[in-house]
Design a protein around this ligand. Structure first.
Ligand SMILES: [Zn+2]
Length: 125
């Protein structure tokens, strides 16, 4: 592991102390596989921002499964489709990035699925 990868891993470790650890876990692979320090730091920044979005409760469900309205400042809303893997934000539109909104929606969706699975277990018991 190169020196900069170790440094990033250290930062990632701190981010994983939060309950939103799913976000850094999901993107730790992106960070490790990044082709440059600049790209790795971009991934890390997005993951950290996604954790903050989840913490602020800025991910809203919609009537359609897989469609979420996500904000990164509590005001502007972006439509995120976790099935199509799309987001309306510039980061995603221009760089085709796994943007902070998409990552935050992924975390909330994973939690909702987990909750639903636990409900089924309760009913079966
Ligand atoms: Zn986005």
């Amino acid at each position: 592991m190169s020196e900069w990868q170790q440094r990033l891993r250290g930062k990632l470790g701190a981010a994983m102390d939060t309950p939103e650890m799913l976000v850094p876990l999901a993107s730790s692979r992106l960070v490790e596989e990044a082709q440059s320090v600049r790209l790795a730091e971009q991934h890390l920044r997005r993951a950290t921002q996604a954790a903050e979005i989840v913490r602020q409760d800025w991910v809203q469900e919609s009537d359609r499964p897989g469609l979420y309205l996500v904000s990164s400042n509590g005001k502007t809303l972006y439509a995120v489709d976790t099935n199509e893997r799309t987001c309306q934000c510039a980061d995603h539109q221009h760089r085709h990035a796994l943007c902070k909104h998409l990552q935050a929606a992924d975390v909330v969706e994973a939690w909702l699925r987990q909750e639903a699975a636990e409900q089924v277990e309760l009913c079966a018991a």
